[in-house]
Design a protein around this ligand. Structure first.
Ligand SMILES: [Zn+2]
Length: 98
C-alpha cells in the first residue's frame, strides 16, 4: 500500500470528522421522533458521508486541478513556472503536491 500524502491523510481525517458529525446529527435530540439510535447509526453515517463526499469534494478538486495546470510541477520548456516566473516547481506547485 502506498504511503499516503499529507493531502490524503487530511482527507481521511476530514472523512472521520464528517462521519462523527453525521452520527451526532442523526442522534440529535432536536430531531424528536425522527432521531435515530442504535448500532446502525454509525453504519448509516459512514454510508451517507461516503456517498456525499465526491459531490462535496468536486468543486474543490476542480479548482485545485485548474491551479495545477497554471503552475505545472515541471514548469514550461525552460523549467520555469509560466505564471510565477521562478524555477519549477514554484511554491504554488509545491503546495499543491503536498
Ligand atoms: Zn507558479
Amino acid at each position: 500500500m502506498p504511503t499516503p500524502t499529507a493531502g490524503g491523510r487530511d482527507l481521511e481525517q476530514a472523512h472521520r470528522y464528517g462521519v462523527g458529525a453525521a452520527v451526532a446529527g442523526l442522534c440529535d435530540p432536536g430531531l424528536g421522533r425522527n432521531r435515530l439510535t442504535g448500532p446502525l447509526v454509525p453504519v448509516l453515517a459512514e454510508a451517507a458521508v461516503t456517498s456525499a463526499t465526491p459531490f462535496l469534494r468536486a468543486p474543490l478538486l476542480a479548482r485545485i486541478s485548474r491551479a495545477m495546470l497554471l503552475h505545472p510541477t515541471a514548469g514550461d520548456a525552460t523549467g520555469t513556472c509560466p505564471v510565477c516566473r521562478v524555477p519549477a516547481p514554484c511554491p504554488t506547485a509545491s503546495a499543491l503536491q503536498s
